[in-house]
Design a protein around this ligand. Structure first.
Ligand SMILES: NC(=O)C1=CN([C@@H]2O[C@H](COP(=O)(O)OP(=O)(O)OC[C@H]3O[C@@H](n4cnc5c(N)ncnc54)[C@H](O)[C@@H]3O)[C@@H](O)[C@H]2O)C=CC1
Ligand SMILES: O=C(O)[C@@H]1CCC=N1
Length: 282
């Protein structure tokens, strides 16, 4: 996946996260591990327990409301749920209008034109879609910027999000809903597959711990091969599949159950939900 080489521009000197939940925690962890000083990061999080954990674990400055964190930030990462994003933007709009920081949204479904309407014209905005493997530095993030974001600001957004894994620019904004359905939600699909494999093996008598260990390591190994081998998934699949063998029997069962159509339906459903989110919360 395309990603910035080592000649990354510096990460903005002051980054404020609005929302300190799962994704913010993943990105903050990645930034701090990557060498961004904790003193450069502020977080607004209303939940006192989460706030305390972020301060304790990473040494970042914490605030109980958005405006306090947004003040003096060069880059703002909007990491709240889509349903509260409009209210959060209203809370920080005056601060954003005064300081014109780079605004990075990670919210599913919410479009750049909605963010611009809520924050005010002329604000540099990058809409992005990371995923939870960001927690271990193995994230995948799609991004798109508006015309108000300079080349340097785009590169800064890429440096922030790239601290947590691979990044890729998306050309048309409507495809961000597809990115959300593919890589944003995608980790859940693989966890579901592992659950199903584990249950299937348990049903045949394998102890659950053994089934989980084998299913987990199989997904890890297959994932590493996808990244490291350089061959497309079709070739890797065919190498496992001996003619008339066990894999062929399993793949036939998948085909009979129309797995590909089911996956297409699932990705289409997630894409549609992304579009619905933007309408529901506009
Ligand atoms: N969980 C995932 O796999 C992914 C989520 N996303 C997007 O990331 C965003 C955040 O998702 P999560 O981290 O999973 O949710 P989360 O619920 O863990 O975190 C959101 C946090 O925002 C806080 N919050 C609520 N109102 C606030 C306010 N007015 N000011 C500041 N903070 C406020 C909440 O207390 C909560 O801790 C969502 O928009 C989601 O669409 C994007 C990629 C993947
Ligand atoms: O399920 C969701 O809406 C969020 C966005 C992508 C992953 N989680």
């Amino acid at each position: 996946m395309p990603s910035l080489p080592d000649s990354r521009p510096p990460i903005p000197t002051r980054i404020a996260f609005i929302g300190g939940g799962n994704m913010a925690r993943s990105l903050i962890g990645a930034l701090v591990r990557g060498g961004t000083p904790a003193t450069a990061i502020a977080v607004a999080e209303p939940n006192a327990e989460l706030r305390g954990a972020l301060a304790r674990d990473f040494g970042v400055a914490v605030h109980d409301h958005a405006r306090a964190a947004a003040e003096a930030a060069d880059a703002l990462v909007l990491a709240v749920k889509p349903q509260v994003l409009k209210d959060v933007c209203a809370e920080i709009a005056a601060t954003v209008a005064a300081a014109r920081p780079l605004v990075i949204s990670i919210a599913a479904g919410i479009r750049i034109d909605q963010l611009a309407a809520w924050l005010g014209a002329g604000v540099p905005i990058v809409r992005s879609m990371p995923n939870t493997p960001a927690l271990i530095g193995a994230g995948a993030t799609g991004m798109i910027a508006n015309d108000d974001a300079s080349a340097a600001q785009r590169a800064q957004a890429q440096a922030i999000l790239g601290a947590a894994g691979a990044t890729v620019w998306i050309e048309r904004e409507e495809l961000m809903d597809t990115v959300t359905a593919l890589s944003g939600s995608g980790p859940a699909y693989f966890f579901l597959l592992v659950e199903a494999l584990e249950d299937a093996a348990v049903a045949q008598g394998l102890p659950r711990a053994t089934a989980r260990a084998l299913a987990t390591q199989t997904c890890f190994g297959a994932g590493r091969m996808l990244v490291e081998d350089g061959e497309p998934p079709t070739v890797l699949r065919e190498r496992v599949t001996s003619p008339g063998g066990t894999t062929a029997a399993a793949l036939e069962a998948f085909a009979n159950g129309n797995l590909r159509a089911l996956v297409a339906d699932a990705v289409a459903a997630a894409t549609t939900r992304g579009k619905e989110l933007s309408e529901r919360y506009s």
